[in-house]
Ligand binder design. Structure first.
Ligand SMILES: [Zn+2]
Length: 187
């Protein structure tokens, strides 16, 4: 699929803007799993510190690692038949964006993004805080973050409706600011 089309579709997803940017960076290969370590001047290890196997690739961190595998397995999201595409993130994401959109598919795509993000965050929590999150915790965090964002969106929609009638009052005060983990992925 044409990159521009994919981007348009990605941008239209009702997910946090920050996550759209992350997806795009992954899509373009601008994020490598060890970029943070390199920037910090640390030696990059050959093996994954979470499972002791595999390399430092994005593919390993997000899909192939035992830990990531368990998260995906426990999540309510299934992308049967697309596993072989995860080797190249852009191939996998292309395939997702190509699937005919229904409400259910869109929800799965949205949740998938939050899962990716939480897998990534869990890895950083493990690396920098030494705290090992359970796969189920990661699934729960993803579902919670997704649900909360949805709720804010709905609330915003409703609030805007009410405000248009009553005029005045700022919508912004209802927005939840996400302050966790955003630093880690900054370029
Ligand atoms: Zn691993």
């Amino acid at each position: 699929m044409e990159a521009r089309k994919v981007w348009t579709k990605t941008w239209k997803l009702p997910i946090k803007a920050k996550l759209k940017h992350i997806i795009w960076k992954l899509y373009k290969g601008w994020i490598s799993a060890n970029s943070v370590l390199i920037r910090r001047g640390l030696n990059v290890e050959e093996t994954c510190r979470r499972c002791g196997e595999g390399g430092e690739s994005v593919h390993h961190k997000l899909f192939a690692c035992d830990f990531a595998g368990l998260v995906w397995e426990m999540s309510p999201v299934k992308w049967d038949g697309l596993q072989h595409l995860t080797n190249q993130f852009s191939d996998w994401w292309d395939a997702l964006m190509k699937i005919e959109k229904g409400e259910e598919v869109q929800a799965r795509v949205e949740l998938s993004v939050y899962i990716l993000w939480q897998i990534w965050k869990a890895r950083n929590v493990w690396l920098y805080e030494g705290k090992k999150l359970e796969p189920m915790e990661v699934v729960q965090r993803a579902m919670k973050e997704w649900g909360e964002f949805k709720q804010v969106q709905d609330h915003k929609k409703n609030t805007i409706g009410v405000e248009r009638r009553s005029e005045g009052q700022q919508v912004e005060k209802h927005l939840i600011k996400d302050s966790v983990g955003s630093i880690v992925l900054q370029k």
